[in-house]
Design a protein around this ligand. Structure first.
Ligand code: PHE
Length: 458
């Protein structure tokens, strides 16, 4: 069967950027930045991207494009049948696993867009937002229905194929996402008191930087670039031979970082405008679905047209960001099932969707009817989240860097990143150095930190 490629370089980069720009850019990066020394944190984060993120991203691109195969097939080819082939399978598994809980949050963003558009937050007292969220997620039906819609949209895009589905949707959604982000950031910085918010976000405070901060920056850089879950490898398998790998990786990392910083410009001016303590807004779901709806209503005028527009666009932005990431995860699994088991794309995608639906619904219900099912104090959703983020991702990333740095044929590597000698690669030695030493060591530290091993020593 003919394998499709992306139709253009721009399309390829936008699709990969779509994978990278996701919930992490909005609900984690800004708050981490504000609390960890502002510009100081951003500098460390960018250094992590350069020293750790880019080398791994380039390696994933390279393995995908060289083999033109799904992630499991790609690693099987480049590993020459050695046990390293399991790294590819691990990536597929990780991506598939993450998609199950990621879709649940994608569904929440749809519900909150709906609530915003219908002005449902009008005259809601500040302390009620927590209850609204609790009641929503514990309801057995509503989150599940939104989940069906969210997964339905992903399924539709995936079954349309690489060019007419993934690429076309990225070309539409990524510029939309960018325009909305700029619009919201501009509105937000015009609010009275915005400068305090910007200071909180940007003022460098090196005294806040500790080894924990650096670990946090590394972990975030890694997650934000969608590394080690097969996404970039799979997308790169649709790159044509002329796509410059290093330059594309830099573009993706740049877009991802700019959007993350701009998300901070959307959030903090409003938080300071209403005199809220930025250290109390929370992070993740608490920030996004409890603190921010209230912050936006108060900062922009309860129930006003501006508040409705701002809040609606903000949740729509999150929805688009989550959707493009979710599409990339689905494609990892679809390419795998389709190619490894020789099925049509439609059939492969349907199997993937069916699995996500079942596991996704379990994750979704774990805030309500299934909340009694726990393991290590976590409900099903948190098990998926923590196991993939804290265990599978770091292990995958470490293995990819070791494989690319120590095992993969050096000549092949050089040929591929220089596009057969067409491009100059003055950074080659540094790249290999990072893959061999910096990345594996750095990722092991993040891993040990995340599973709490460092706390044992304290
Ligand atoms: N990079 C995404 C983000 O920042 C994370 C992600 C992407 C997670 C794709 C899963 C799949 O949110």
């Amino acid at each position: 069967m003919e394998r499709e490629n992306f139709g253009s370089k721009v399309g390829a980069i936008l699709a990969a950027a779509g994978s990278a720009v996701g919930l992490g850019n909005v609900w984690r990066f800004p708050i981490e930045t504000g609390q960890n020394g502002g510009a100081a944190f951003i500098i460390i984060y960018v250094l992590c991207i350069i020293a750790l993120g880019l080398p791994i991203m380039i390696s994933e691109f390279l393995i995908g494009r060289y083999t033109h195969a799904n992630t499991a097939g790609a690693f099987r080819i480049v590993s020459n049948g050695s046990p390293w082939k399991w790294v590819g399978r691990l990536g597929v598994f990780t991506g598939w696993f993450i998609l199950c809980y990621y879709s649940v949050v994608g569904a929440w963003t749809m519900h909150y867009t709906f609530l915003s558009v219908t002005n449902a937050f009008y005259e809601v007292p500040a302390q009620e937002y927590g209850n609204i969220f609790e009641q929503f997620v514990s309801n057995p039906w509503i989150p599940t229905l939104w989940l069906l819609v969210f997964i339905g949209v992903i399924h539709y895009v995936i079954t349309r194929g690489v060019q007419s589905g993934i690429e076309k949707s990225a070309k539409l959604m990524m510029p939309t996402l960018f325009v909305i982000t700029v619009f919201l950031a501009v509105c937000s910085v015009m609010l009275p008191g915005a400068s305090e918010g910007i200071q909180f976000l940007l003022k460098p405070d090196w005294s806040k930087v500790t080894s924990a901060t650096v670990l946090q920056a590394m972990g975030q850089a890694f997650y934000s670039l969608s590394l080690a879950m097969g996404c970039l490898c799979t997308y790169a398998s649709y790159f044509d031979k002329k796509t410059p790998l290093a330059k594309s990786a830099i573009n993706v990392a740049f877009i991802d970082t700019v959007i993350a910083i701009m998300a901070g410009f959307i959030i903090f001016p409003s938080v300071f405008n209403i005199g809220m303590n930025p250290n109390e807004v929370g992070v993740g779901a608490g920030l996004t679905f409890i603190s921010l709806p209230n912050v936006f209503q108060q900062a922009l005028g309860d129930g006003t047209f501006l508040a409705v527009i701002f809040s609606s666009l903000f949740y729509f932005l999150l929805f688009v960001a989550a959707l493009t990431s979710a599409i990339s995860l689905h494609e990892v699994a679809t390419a795998y099932v389709t190619e490894e088991f020789g099925m049509s794309r439609k059939k492969g995608a349907t199997i993937v969707t069916a699995v996500i639906l079942v596991l996704g619904v379990l994750c979704s219900l774990s805030f309500g009817p299934l909340s009694h099912i726990t393991l290590l104090d976590r409900n099903i959703f948190s098990m998926f989240d923590d196991f993939s983020g804290m265990v599978l991702l770091p292990i995958g990333g470490m293995l990819i860097s070791i494989f690319a740095g120590w095992v993969l044929d050096r000549k092949l590597y050089r040929d591929e990143i220089s596009n057969g000698g067409d491009l100059k690669t003055p950074y080659f030695k540094l790249l290999v150095f990072s893959l061999r030493y910096i990345a594996p060591i750095a990722i092991s530290l993040v891993f040990l930190d995340q599973i709490g091993l460092f706390n044992i020593f304290k």
